[in-house]
Design a protein around this ligand. Sequence first.
Ligand SMILES: [Fe+2]
Ligand SMILES: [Fe+2]
Length: 211
Amino acid sequence: MIPVRVGNSILDHDHAELSCLLEDLHALWINRCGLRALLAGLIRFEDALCAHFAIEEAILGGCGYPGLAHHKGQHRAFLGEVATFRKALAEGNHPEDGRPLHGFDIASRLSDLLYAHELVEDSSYIPALTVLPDVPEDVIRQRLSPLVEEATQLKTAPQPVLHAADAPALTPQATHALTRLTREMAGGGLKPEQVAADFLPYWVEQTPLSC
Ligand SMILES: [Fe+2]
Ligand SMILES: [Fe+2]
C-alpha cells in the first residue's frame, strides 16, 4: 500500500516502514514461508505499529490536537484487531468461522485498516502539525543528547541502559516511543536533526520537567 504523508518526517518515516512491513507479510505468505515466519512478521508489524502510535500521540498531544482522545481510541481499536490476528495465528485458527487462518487474510485486512486509518484519521491532524511549540534551542539540545548517546551505545551493545536519566518518569508508552526513536537513529533510519525538529518540540511541550 502507498503510505500517506502527513508532513512530519518522523511520522512519514513510520508510515513508510509500516507499509514495508505489511509488504513483507504479503511476501511471507506468497513464498509459503510457514506459520512461524508469518507470526514473526506479524509481531514485527505490531511492535512497529505500537511504537508509531506512541510517537504520534506524543506529537499530537504536544501540538494540542483537539481530536486526540478520538484518535487514541482508533489506535487502541486497531491494536486490538492486530492482537486478535496474532492470537488466532498462534493457535492456527480463524477467530470467527473456524476455517484455517490464511496469511492473505491478515496481510490484506491489515493493509486496508492501515490505509483507511492514515487516509482518514491521520490526514485529519495535518493542519494541527503546523502549530509547532516554541521551545528554546538549548532545551532541545539538552533533551536530544541522551537519546543520541543511547543510539551510539546501541550500535555496540544490544541492551544499553534505557533513558537512565528519565526512567523514573517514563510511562511504558513513552518508553516505547523513545526506544523506537533511538533504535532508528542507531540504524540510520532517522537522523538526530529529524528527532530534534519533528519530535522533541512536541515532546518537551508535553513533558517539560523530568523526561
Ligand atoms: Fe494515527
Ligand atoms: Fe500514523
